[in-house]
Design a binder for this molecule. Structure first.
Ligand SMILES: [Cu+2]
Length: 141
């Protein structure tokens, strides 16, 4: 009797954990969206090198994946105090309650990607550490 109850409790805990972890596609727990870091053969200004789309709008619990087709490396770095951006890199800083993210100081190159799951609604500005004109935003609602 108690053994059966124990097994049932374990199953409930495992299923709840998988659900929270987004392991059931189609349940609406985790959606996906994509963006790009691109260039047109060189990367010297916003006219030939930037993020697209400039504004990406998604729902909460969306995993956004940035891919690069670029000839140089880029970062996807949140405009948070954690990352200490300059005013050129981040004309507008993120609200202090929003989580920070960063693809890493070495950047990612052509064919590589970086993903981040947005769990809290808000406007997330981000930039590239290597090209201070590269900045864009994700609107999470
Ligand atoms: Cu860049």
């Amino acid at each position: 009797m108690y053994a059966v109850l124990g097994v049932v409790i374990i199953i409930i805990v495992v299923v709840a954990g998988l659900y929270a972890g987004g392991y059931f596609p189609g349940t609406g727990m985790t959606a996906t969206a994509s963006a790009k870091a691109y260039d047109t053969g060189s990367c010297t200004s916003a006219s030939n090198c930037d993020f697209t789309p400039a504004t990406l709008s998604v729902s909460t619990n969306t995993k956004v994946t940035w891919t690069s087709n670029s000839t140089t490396v880029h970062t996807v770095t949140a405009c948070s105090t954690t990352n200490s951006p300059t005013s050129a890199e981040c004309p507008t800083m993120n609200a202090s309650g929003l989580s920070s993210f960063d693809s890493g100081a070495s950047g990612f190159g052509s064919g590589q990607s970086f993903s981040y799951t947005f769990t809290t609604a808000g406007t997330y500005y981000y930039y590239c550490r290597f090209h201070n004109w590269m900045h864009a935003q994700v609107n999470v609602s």
